[in-house]
Structure formats: C-alpha cells, structure tokens
Design a protein around this ligand. Structure first.
Ligand SMILES: Nc1nc2c(ncn2[C@@H]2O[C@H](COP(=O)(O)OP(=O)(O)OP(=O)(O)O)[C@@H](O)[C@H]2O)c(=O)[nH]1
Ligand SMILES: [Mg+2]
Length: 216
C-alpha cells in the first residue's frame, strides 16, 4: 500500500446507527433482511470482508450492542451523521491512540463492497486527509475514513455552522473520493451503496438480495 495507512486491518470501524429512522417509522437497524437485522447483517459483513467493527454509534438506550462498545453522540440533539462521525473519532482517539483514522459504516447499506476499507485506505495520502466512498458519481460520506486530527475542527463546525451540510464540512479538508463500480445482477446494476431508508427500500433490498443469491 502506497498511502499513509500501512494496513487497513488496523483501522477501527464504527457503525453509524444514531439517526432517527424517521422515513422508516421504526429503528431501521432492526428491520429484517434475509432473516437478519440490518445491524447484525452489516456487522457480520464487515467482519467477513475486513476487520471487526469495534463500536456502535447509537442512542444510549440501544438494547443489545452485540459485544460492540456503545458510543452515543457527545453532542445532543441529533445534529446529523457528522455528529456520529465525531463520536467515532473521539472514541478512536481515546481507545486506539495509534490510529490516524477511524472508519464509519452506516447500518442501513447492506451491499457495500468487500474492498471498501482497503480502497479507502489506499486513497489516503496523508494523515489529515479524509476518504469517502462514491458510486454513480455520487458521494456517500457516511462511508468514510476520518482523520482523528479533525476532531476539534469537526466539533467546532457542528456547534457553529448554521446549516451543517456535510459537503460544507468536506470542503474544509482534503478529501479523496473513491468511486466503486455497480454490481451487475440478473435484475440490473446494483448501487453498492444502496441504502434502506423507507419500507419500500426494504422491499427493494429483498429483491436485490435474492438476485445476488441467485448469482452465488
Ligand atoms: N449519530 C448520529 N447519526 C446520524 C444522525 N442522523 C443520521 N445519522 C446516521 O447517518 C446515516 C445516514 O442517515 P439516514 O440514512 O438519513 O438515516 P436516519 O437519519 O436514521 O433516517 P431518516 O430519519 O429517515 O433520515 C445513518 O447511519 C444514520 O444512523 C444523527 O443525528 N446522529
Ligand atoms: Mg440512509
């Protein structure tokens, strides 16, 4: 690997589940896909393909974090995904002092690529750079590698920026965008970052899962 991260296996991974699931109407982490909750499915997918997730960013009353350390937002008010990223960075800074970066993976995207972390890590050229995933030319910043050194800037920005648009925060930093290809399936090209936001998305996810299983 040529970049600043020697080994992607050393990156702590934090699952993001601190949102409101307002479009789903119930906590989508517990929505069932192929007989598994999205939460369990995504934790298992990371463990199979890369490293084990170490922490779960979610509300403090989460019923069963399945062995992961529960890391609630440090800033109250559900101020958006970057509040979860900040919690992930602060957790990594405290518990993984050797790590320059922490990875975040949302619990609502069941088909993310096997080589996600390796490719994000390869893209990092310096310890203060951010890497985010993209597909179909769209950014998916919740799939990111975040420099621990950005904690202070991120906290100040969350507390002071009136709009808190993720792209505005990214514009303050050097960001490597890593484009991932569509997955070809019998029912068409699947966006690897397809995410489940609504009950209809869950039905679509079941169809994509069936198509992927047909191929294997
Ligand atoms: N910690 C934290 N995570 C968040 C917050 N808002 C969204 N997220 C996470 O960011 C990711 C993408 O967010 P969305 O897909 O919009 O999920 P959501 O906010 O739960 O769903 P909606 O309420 O329907 O928008 C998910 O993993 C969420 O758990 C927040 O305020 N705090
Ligand atoms: Mg989503």
């Amino acid at each position: 690997m040529s970049g600043a991260i020697a080994n992607a296996d050393d990156i702590p991974v934090v699952l993001l589940a601190g949102g409101r699931s307002s479009r789903m109407g119930a906590n989508k982490a517990f929505a069932t896909l192929g007989g598994q909750s999205l939460f369990v499915r995504i934790a298992a997918r990371i463990a199979k393909t890369q490293v084990r997730p170490v922490a779960l960013n979610a509300d403090a009353d989460w019923p069963d974090p399945k062995g992961l350390t529960l890391v609630p937002d440090g800033i109250a008010g559900k101020l958006g995904p970057l509040a979860g990223v900040l919690a992930a960075i602060q957790y990594a800074a405290q518990h993984y002092p050797q790590a320059s970066h922490v990875a975040t993976v949302p619990i609502d995207s069941p088909f993310f690529p096997d080589d996600l972390l390796v490719r994000l890590a390869e893209a990092i050229g310096a310890s203060d750079e951010i890497a985010i995933a993209a597909s179909f030319n769209r950014d998916h910043p919740v799939f990111g590698l975040w420099p621990v050194s950005a904690a202070g800037d991120l906290e100040t920005w969350i507390l002071t920026d009136p709009k808190r648009r993720v792209r505005d925060f990214l514009a303050r930093h050097t960001v490597q965008r890593v484009e991932f290809p569509a997955v070809q399936t019998p029912i068409g090209p699947l966006d690897p970052f397809f995410n489940v936001n609504t009950p209809d998305d869950l039905i679509d996810a079941q169809n994509w899962l069936a198509a992927l299983e047909d191929m294997s």
